[in-house]
Design a protein around this ligand. Structure first.
Ligand code: SAH
Length: 441
């Protein structure tokens, strides 16, 4: 069976974003761009009160408050994705991205022995576009999955985005169940009849056999920043600028701070960003996968423990000074994949990180593009497909900056049968798709 052909040939999706829009992985910088918006936002007022009463705050605390403060956080009450928003992500650029990820999950489900049920868990699902594309592939390959009991679990802190996800994914005629007090704050049924639940925290998702997905999720988790000084590492803090009213500035902590414990002893860089929250999430994922099986696919822009100052802001598809008009712009930092791998060690095997262009090529994006192009004569759809492909794959665009990392149980890579002796031939496990070429058995 040619899965790339079967995966939604009947459905060529409507136009996505008109390019070019800005994707977040493009630049590194922090706080040096010209301030474009000096308004005193409610978030700035809140932070100034906080700093006046308890002193300068860490960059991690600043990031957490600005992005996910329940009342005023950037992510909580707006739709920032797409042309009208502040930045664009791969699923919003091309349907091919989600389709190939859908095939990845099915491929792993088959390779791991076609479990009778699985949960698909997404961390930070944005508008739900990626899941929508994945579910379309699941429907198209329904004959394979027909006896599998699938459920969806969305980990999302944003009320506004959870409403948009529900609109994208669920059947209007089946009313959503809501309970703001419960760890499962919303429940519904997708258009293809799959139960879907929303949580604020991964810890609350049932610990069952699951496939996990995190696309552009880790980059919004709060980072601590450290500068090497003659006196040792000193944490970068956010303080009120005494020279200019209603303005924040970076300062160095006068002495050592607790998050220094996250810096490696043999660190050679003179500026580092560490993200303890990412470590907590990876440890939780690793523990779950080692206990129940399944896999995690993590895709983000990042580096392998080599970059220094990557903290930056985005507003209206432009770079934005991270300390200006907080709450009106996205804040992000490149993901340190070497740290994620370290945090998974011992519990699961990790593959990657590999560049997006390699992963998508291994998954068959070229074949998929050809199939979709052959299906339409509409010049604007054809142009959109080609532009989308270029944006995802071009090394100067998203092809090199974005990386894929997978976490799988150890036995997935070393075969399932531990009792085989020298005379029995051990079934060799199929390679993990994307990290090698997609091979269907
Ligand atoms: N994965 C989507 C959206 C990326 S934007 C895409 O690729 O298009 C980041 C997403 O993570 C948003 O949905 C945001 O609301 C969510 N988010 C941010 N911080 C979070 C946190 N601490 N816990 C859960 N979700 C979070």
């Amino acid at each position: 069976m040619n899965f790339l052909a079967a995966a939604g040939v009947r459905r060529l999706c409507a136009m996505r974003a008109v390019l070019p829009c800005l994707w977040r992985g493009k630049y590194f910088s922090s706080g040096n761009e010209p301030a474009e918006n000096n308004t005193v936002t409610p978030m700035l007022r809140h932070l100034m009160y906080k700093i006046k009463s308890t002193g300068p705050i860490t960059v991690a605390e600043y990031m957490k408050e600005v992005l996910t403060n329940p009342a005023k956080g950037y992510y909580m009450n707006r739709d920032m994705l797409g042309e009208e928003g502040d930045f664009i992500t791969s699923p919003e650029i091309s349907q091919m991205f989600g389709e190939l990820l859908g095939i990845w999950f099915i491929s792993e489900w088959i390779a791991a022995g076609k479990n009778a049920a699985f949960q698909l868990v997404e961390l930070g699902p944005g508008k739900g576009t990626l899941l929508g594309d994945i579910l379309r592939v699941f429907s198209q390959l329904g004959s394979l999955l027909k006896n599998c009991d699938i459920s969806l679990h969305l980990v999302e802190v944003s009320q506004k985005l959870s409403e948009i996800q529900a609109l994208t994914l669920t059947e209007e005629k089946v009313p959503l169940e809501r309970n703001a007090e419960s760890p499962v704050y919303m429940k519904g049924v997708t258009k293809s009849g799959i139960p879907v639940s929303w949580y604020r925290d991964l810890q609350d998702v049932p610990k069952e056999y699951s496939f996990y997905l995190a696309h552009e999720f880790f980059d919004v988790l709060p980072v601590h920043k450290f500068q090497k000084t003659p006196h040792g590492w000193r944490e970068v803090l956010v303080d009120i600028d005494p020279q200019v009213s209603d303005k924040l500035r970076f300062v160095l902590a006068p002495c050592a701070t607790p998050a220094e414990a996250f810096i490696q002893n043999d660190e050679t860089r003179d500026h580092v960003e560490v993200c303890p929250e990412a470590g907590v999430v990876i440890q939780e994922l690793s523990q779950r996968i080692s206990l129940t099986g399944g896999a995690a696919l993590i895709a983000d822009y990042g580096h392998d423990g080599t970059k220094t100052d990557t903290f930056r802001g985005f507003c209206g598809h432009r770079l934005h000074d991270v300390l200006t008009a907080p709450g009106t712009a996205d804040l992000t930092a490149d993901v340190d994949f070497s740290y994620l791998r370290r945090m998974s060690q011992g519990k699961v095997a990790s593959l990657g990180p590999i560049e997006q262009q390699t992963f998508l090529r291994n998954m068959g994006i070229d074949v998929r593009l050809k199939i979709l192009l052959d299906k339409t004569d509409d010049p604007s759809l054809r142009q959109q497909l080609l532009q989308g492909y270029n944006m995802l794959m071009n090394p100067m665009k998203m092809g090199e900056r974005f990386n894929f990392l997978a976490l799988v149980p150890h036995q997935r890579l070393h075969g399932r049968n531990h009792q085989t002796n020298a005379r029995q031939s051990k079934p060799s496990p199929s390679p993990v798709a994307g990290f090698g070429e997609l091979a269907w058995q």
